[in-house]
Design a protein around this ligand. Sequence first.
Ligand SMILES: *Cc1c(COP(=O)(O)O)cnc(C)c1O
Length: 412
Amino acid sequence: MSSTSSSATNSSRTTSERFIASAEAHSAHNYHPLPIVVASADGAWMTDVEGRRYLDMLAGYSALNFGHGNRRLIDAAKTQLDRVTLTSRAFHHDRFAEFCTRLAELCGKEMVLPMNTGAEAVETAVKTARKWGYRVKGVPDGRAKIVVAAGNFHGRTTTVISFSTDEEARADFGPYTPGFEIVPYGDLEALRAAVTDDTVAVLIEPIQGEAGVLVPPAGYLPGVRELTRERGVLFIADEIQSGLGRTGRTFACEHEGVVPDVYLLGKALGGGVVPVSAVVADADVLGVFKPGEHGSTFGGNPLACAVGLEVVDMLSTGEFQQRATELGEHLHAELGLLAGAGTVTEVRGRGLWAGVDIAPSYGTGREISEKLMEKGVLVKDTHGSTIRIAPPLVISKEDLDWGLAQLRAVLA
Ligand SMILES: *Cc1c(COP(=O)(O)O)cnc(C)c1O
């Protein structure tokens, strides 16, 4: 809080200020949210406790690909709420098989292992790859290595941050989990050099989201596919942020005609309603698990399956992917003009997803995000002077244009 607002009496503070002060006093400061307090949301728009409206151009880091309060998803959830919400995996329930079958089909794979959060899907993939390495590939016990890329973001658990290169994410959280090798992102030769007979998997994001929406050089993903196939190594694609329509395809890997061995899904899979994540692969990979070797009380629960199934249904028609392609072309054309004008130094991304490097003289990403907020547009900075634009795929072209006009005004 600024000194003026903290010295003000309780009654003279706005509703937002009171909520924020209370949150700061009673919750851990592991985030630095923009000073907006959301009370409701619909489609691409959010309304704060003061009744101000904001265009959501972040969409919960792609967890809200289908927008806030999407009718189909809310109805699916409501119907399921009245039937059964949780069984644990001690019993079967009647939404489980259909969800797993349909999601596997969407991915062109045979099996699904449902979890809740993205980090859990990544943890599950690490365990899958290690077990597969020992049981199928024949790696000597305790020697399994997983190669990852610098600048990665795969979640926040102790094992996952063990192979992060972001000091903020890692510092003071050791000792770190061994068994990971970090190579530069987009560098096929470095990857080739890092793979040994003990390598069980290469784990990468087909587009690095948190790093600033970094698209690897053309040919990189096919190169990773070829190398991993040659060396008998699993290719695990973390599509938790890039997948499920965001880039204009169901999976970002599709842009390069690549099919990984393992897809990691999360965020949008829960339709912005509940956390739903999954590891999706063929039976020769996910078949390594036997009862008792892995699990989750909430993973694959009836409510999650009902919502996830609706998400899969919505993606099966291709309409959202088509929308992301068309609106994405427009977004990138408009951002390209800003880059030409010198206020923006670089724009990256695919589909309705962009990392925008603002010329440092216009302020940090945080400052730009705050100025945009004052104009009614919500985005989030990543590193330094980069902002990330990822509106819900249901945003109208008019709203997208209005949001871009606010960005132009802030940079004017
Ligand atoms: C968000 C994200 C995760 C972690 O997901 P959580 O649900 O926050 O645990 C993992 N990988 C990628 C690429 C992500 O964007």
